[in-house]
Design a protein around this ligand. Structure first.
Ligand code: SF4
Length: 194
């Protein structure tokens, strides 16, 4: 096991035992991460849903399957190219948006994941994740595909959330799914150069 894997395993164990916020009282499983710790891309979603809470793995429900499909269609391997996590590691009841306090209390896990994985690009997945890091009033359809600097000097970009895409079936040029594939292609191109 690599040094990175060892450090992440220790952090995961700490996360499994965490009850710093109220979400720890209602979860079935903490949802720490999926994918490769050697990936250049770190995808950060908002919070686990029911399927993720049941399995302990992020993005495994219908939305997660769609995200995986779009990645594969653009030549990105979910297993090797991406490290996936969320802003909070436990499911908020009724899938509500995690509170600022919950995000703050959970932030240390995410910051340590970033420090250990050292991604070349951070992908904020969906409006809630984008708002957490970019702040202010944002309109996801306006900021998707734009690039930012986060956590010091890490390149970051925003994609539409796959649960939003589940309600948008068209894959025609200009559609939300088509735009997301263009965003993923740009991310793929970016990591090929760093
Ligand atoms: S959401 Fe984060 S801070 Fe809250 S209990 Fe779970 S791991 Fe701990």
């Amino acid at each position: 096991m690599s040094e990175k894997e060892l450090r992440l395993n220790d952090l995961k164990q700490e996360c499994i035992n965490c009850h710093k916020c109220v979400l720890g009282n209602t979860r079935n499983n903490t949802v720490f991460s999926d994918g490769s710790c050697d990936a250049k891309i770190m995808l950060i979603g908002e919070a686990p849903g029911a399927d993720e809470d049941a399995t302990g793995t992020p993005f495994v429900g219908r939305a997660g399957k769609l995200l995986t499909k779009l990645m594969e269609e653009t030549g990105l391997s979910r297993e090797n190219d991406i490290y996936i996590t969320n802003t909070v590691k436990c499911r908020p009841p009724e899938n509500r948006v995690p509170s600022d306090e919950e995000k703050k209390l959970c932030e240390n896990f995410l910051l340590k994941q970033i420090e250990i994985v050292k991604p070349k690009v951070i992908v904020l997945c969906g409006a809630t994740s984008a708002k957490s890091f970019l702040g202010g009033k944002i309109k996801i359809t306006r900021i998707r595909g734009k690039w930012y600097k986060l956590f010091g000097n890490i390149d970051a970009t925003v994609i539409l959330h796959p649960s939003f895409l589940l309600r948008k079936h068209s894959e025609e040029e200009g559609s939300e799914r088509w735009l997301t594939k263009q965003d993923l292609l740009k991310i793929k191109e970016f990591i090929s150069k760093v």
